[in-house]
Write a protein that binds this ligand. Structure first.
Ligand SMILES: [Zn+2]
Length: 127
């Protein structure tokens, strides 16, 4: 892969990483606040009883989001690491170069579209 391409993808990855960090930070603040509100204030306990179901759901959602973003962050970090080692842009399964269009859409992609689709079909039980 050409140097200017690598630089382009590195920029894309770093930008995505920044966005993700921002989202994770916001979600963590929401999560912290929700926990504090539901455990911190004893006088408001009965008042909050009716909302407890919703609170739990909100916490759950925030946590799910955080873990999904956490995984994405890991993949982006891995892609940046590969890029700096000069291993970026080849499919982990078949070893062929991943198409530029795919890397532009998903800069942390580890598999080419073919292998990705194959894997997804296997996972969902399509034969
Ligand atoms: Zn492949």
């Amino acid at each position: 892969m050409k140097k200017e391409d690598l630089e382009k993808y590195e920029k894309l990855l770093l930008k995505k990483r920044e966005e993700l960090m921002e989202q994770l930070k916001i979600r963590k603040e929401v999560l912290d606040t929700t926990i504090k509100e539901s455990t911190g204030d004893i006088s408001g306990y009965s008042y909050h009883m009716a909302d407890q179901g919703t609170d739990a759901m909100e916490r759950e959602k925030a946590f799910m989001f955080a873990s999904k973003s956490g995984r994405l962050l890991y993949h982006i970090d891995e892609a940046i690491r590969r890029l700096r080692k000069g291993e970026y842009g080849n499919c982990h399964s078949c070893g062929k170069p991943i198409s530029k269009a795919r890397l532009e859409a998903v800069p942390h992609a580890r598999y080419c579209l073919e292998c990705k689709e194959k894997e997804e079909n296997e996972k969902s039980g399509v034969r």
